[in-house]
Design a protein around this ligand. Structure first.
Ligand SMILES: NC(=O)c1ccc[n+]([C@@H]2O[C@H](COP(=O)([O-])OP(=O)(O)OC[C@H]3O[C@@H](n4cnc5c(N)ncnc54)[C@H](O)[C@@H]3O)[C@@H](O)[C@H]2O)c1
Length: 279
């Protein structure tokens, strides 16, 4: 049987990248999917592609009223809520600690952390009415290590998503609601072009360009794909992960495992030279 047969799922940030791949995967596995985003044209197009079992709703995750309305839309359209994937995100404010403006800090946290809190809060109410459910959120390896040079506020917000996942899992477990998150590594999506100010529609065309740039960043020598994350999210959302809660699932091709010391590298040659070793 399909993994999410007749389940009702919400995916935020569904118009692009990881959210889009996950919404497609959920639909393939029999779910009725509410697609939420602020990119209305792209979101409506995806709903159209997925057919009658999908519905698009505009929801800025930084707005509690819009997140509450998004959950109400799922309940009104498909009769309840079983799964929410809190995925919407962006790179947020950048700059050194002396440069980050307070309003940039606030807006970045509103989207990346408060948005997840709003999603958990309103989904929990709907899931309790149903007798259980699964909450999955997108954190990042940036929430585990600062070694990948993501911006400060992004790092902090994603660490917050991981910790909130564990905290809320403890509360909601007895209600049959599992709460987990994924920590993607370098995934080739339009987020990088969008962070440089490119409009979303145009940014979609940059994925093929950035993919080769990520090929050798991790022990698994290829860039991450949105489908890699979608598969992990599907598992966490499904009954196959029925005893898994409070977990941050790293899907990064081994970035956080470390980098192998290459004996033939330029750095190794320099080290040998500094030690006075013969080649
Ligand atoms: N791509 C990566 O390498 C990577 C790595 C780790 C984590 N992530 C996280 O994965 C998630 C998805 O990113 P992606 O790479 O697919 O990027 P993406 O730009 O392709 O997709 C992000 C989607 O979120 C939507 N969005 C942005 N702000 C929103 C808001 N306030 N309300 C509702 N929707 C909003 C965008 O319109 C877009 O459709 C993000 O949370 C991101 O931080 C990405």
């Amino acid at each position: 049987m399909a993994e999410l047969q007749d389940k009702v799922a919400i995916v935020t940030g569904a118009a692009s990248g990881i959210g889009q791949a996950t919404a497609r995967r959920f639909a393939e596995e029999g779910a009725r999917v509410v697609l939420a985003d602020i990119e209305d044209e792209m979101g409506r197009q995806l709903a159209h592609d997925l057919g009658a079992e999908a519905s698009y709703v505009h929801a800025d995750v930084a707005s509690e009223a819009e997140v509450e309305a998004m959950v109400a839309h799922a309940v009104a359209t498909f009769g309840g809520l079983d799964v929410i994937y809190n995925n919407a995100g962006f790179s947020g404010v950048t700059g050194g600690i002396e440069e980050i403006p307070a309003d940039g800090w606030a807006h970045t946290m509103d989207v990346l952390l408060k948005g997840v809190y709003f999603g958990m809060k309103h989904a929990a109410k709907a899931m309790k009415a149903r007798g259980g459910g699964a909450i999955v959120s997108t954190a990042s390896i940036a929430g585990i290590t600062t070694g990948i040079s993501a911006p400060h506020v992004y790092n902090v917000a994603k660490a917050g998503v991981i910790h909130m996942t564990k905290s809320v899992a403890v509360e909601l477990g007895p209600h049959g609601i599992r709460v987990n998150c994924v920590c993607p590594g370098f995934i080739a999506t339009p987020i990088f072009a969008r962070s440089l100010g490119m409009p979303s529609q145009m940014a979609q065309g940059t994925v093929e360009t950035i993919r080769p740039l990520f090929d050798d960043l991790q022990p698994i020598r290829r860039a991450g794909r949105p489908e890699d994350i979608a598969e992990a999210v599907l598992w966490l959302a499904s009954e196959k992960a029925g005893f898994v809660t409070g977990h941050a699932l790293v899907v990064d091709g081994g970035v956080t495992a470390g980098t192998k010391w290459e004996p033939s590298s330029e750095r190794a040659r320099m080290l040998k030279e500094a030690m006075g070793a013969e080649d």
